[in-house]
Design a protein around this ligand. Structure first.
Ligand SMILES: NC(=O)c1ccc[n+]([C@@H]2O[C@H](COP(=O)([O-])OP(=O)(O)OC[C@H]3O[C@@H](n4cnc5c(N)ncnc54)[C@H](O)[C@@H]3O)[C@@H](O)[C@H]2O)c1
Ligand SMILES: O=C(O)C(=O)C[C@@H](O)[C@H](O)[C@H](O)COP(=O)(O)O
Ligand SMILES: [Zn+2]
Length: 365
């Protein structure tokens, strides 16, 4: 074990095939993957030095640079990558390593789940969102024009390596975007995360970042250990996502996931309040003021409803939402359509006021 590995925080994920999540610095150069044949799939826009570190550690059999971000989460890209692995004769005892943000690891995981009916998968997240959420827990997949993540598989990684040094090159707005999933974990399970996200020290290179990232990961690790395939409580990790995914789909990914989740958390907070549950709207307003998402296009309830109706938490009787009795006590429930509409209008008015002139949209270019 290297000194960096020794100093890293570890979060254990249990279940049928347990694995560890490492959170530290200088972990890439000593990245270890037990499978001898390795396919390295990485986001083409990552800094070259970062890819080179992993390449040097792994000596991959085959590597594929993926279109950056959401553009890689398509069946067309999936087909092309599978063909590349086949042409390279990657064997069944090989491994797929996903290096990048959540979009990259979602695609890489689905490739790992599908190629030769499944090979080992390792994640090396390079965004805050990837570290605290996407790289952990085994949800993998791609989008359809009809909605987010509509095709995929549960395929847990064999290891997750979070090198916080990779966040140094992340644009500040992408870091803030990813914080939405940390805040979500705070609202559903660990209230101590809420003030930590809003604190000035919560940034790439900030003191205490490793501890906060590890604590946010622990929320997800505990849930997926008990319920990998979302038979029950895993749905709570979807807090805020019914509207979030609809915003992403209706804008054809013009709204990035973390910003959509920030907006979606506020809608879920308004719904919770409207049905007599918790009032966490002050928290979700504070988060949006901190995150400073790009303003949304004008959207009506009719625009987003067809996508919300396709949410994966829907069953034969219709759509279900994750709501809060109080911070740390989520539950799943149906909400009358009139309430959904009224809260959408309230949400729209609220977020219109919060994002606008004081928003630094130019940072998103
Ligand atoms: N599987 C899951 O459980 C799960 C959980 C949450 C989100 N997701 C998915 O994750 C995706 C969002 O992930 P994301 O927010 O990481 O977005 P992303 O993967 O699109 O990355 C965001 C941007 O950051 C850039 N980038 C990544 N790492 C960088 C680095 N170190 N330095 C500089 N630039 C870097 C990328 O090129 C991209 O432009 C969505 O598709 C979402 O559906 C999945
Ligand atoms: O891991 C989960 O379960 C989540 O719901 C985490 C979400 O943050 C994530 O965006 C996930 O990909 C959404 O899952 P989906 O089943 O709604 O596609
Ligand atoms: Zn999410």
């Amino acid at each position: 074990m290297t000194e960096a590995q020794h100093d890293a925080l570890r979060v254990e994920v249990g279940g049928a095939a347990p694995y560890a999540v490492q959170v530290g610095t200088e972990l890439l150069a000593s990245l270890e993957v037990p499978q001898l044949a390795r396919a390295l799939l990485y986001d083409e826009r990552l800094p070259a030095s970062l890819v080179q570190s992993v390449r040097g550690a792994l000596g991959p059999t085959v590597e594929v640079a993926l279109p950056s971000g959401e553009a890689c989460k398509t069946l067309a890209v999936m087909t092309e990558v599978l063909s590349r692995l086949a042409r390279a004769n990657l064997p069944r005892d090989g491994a797929v390593v996903g290096l990048g943000g959540g979009a990259t690891t979602d695609l890489a995981g689905f490739v790992a789940a599908s190629y030769l009916r499944g090979v080992a998968f390792h994640t090396v997240p390079t965004t805050l969102l990837g570290m605290v959420d996407a790289a952990v827990g085994g949800k993998t997949g791609v989008n359809l024009p009809e909605g987010k993540n509509l095709v995929g598989a549960f395929w847990p990684p064999a290891s997750v390596t979070c090198d916080l040094g990779t966040l140094d090159s992340l644009p500040a707005w992408v870091f803030r975007e990813g914080a939405a999933e940390v805040f979500k974990h705070g609202l559903i399970a660990d209230a101590t995360l809420l003030p930590r996200v809003l604190h000035a020290d919560f940034r790439a290179g900030g003191p205490g970042l490793a501890r906060t990232v590890a604590d946010a990961i622990r929320v997800k690790a505990d849930v997926v250990t008990r319920d990998l395939t979302e038979q029950g409580e895993r749905a709570f990790l979807n807090f805020g996502h019914t509207l979030a995914h609809a915003l992403e789909a209706v804008t054809r990914h013009g709204v990035p996931h973390g910003e959509a989740v920030g907006y979606g958390l506020h809608y879920a907070a308004l719904l919770s309040l409207a049905v007599g549950g918790a009032d966490v709207t002050a928290h979700t307003r504070s988060f949006l003021a901190w995150q400073r998402p790009a303003p949304l296009p004008e959207l009506t309830f009719e625009d987003v409803w067809p996508f919300m109706a396709r949410d994966k938490k829907a069953d034969h009787a219709g759509v279900r939402f994750v709501l809060l009795h109080e911070v740390g006590r989520p539950y799943l429930a149906r909400v009358p359509e009139g309430t959904l509409r009224a809260c959408f209008d309230a949400w729209r008015a609220d977020v219109r006021g919060m994002t606008g002139a004081d928003m630094n949209a130019e940072e998103h270019a």
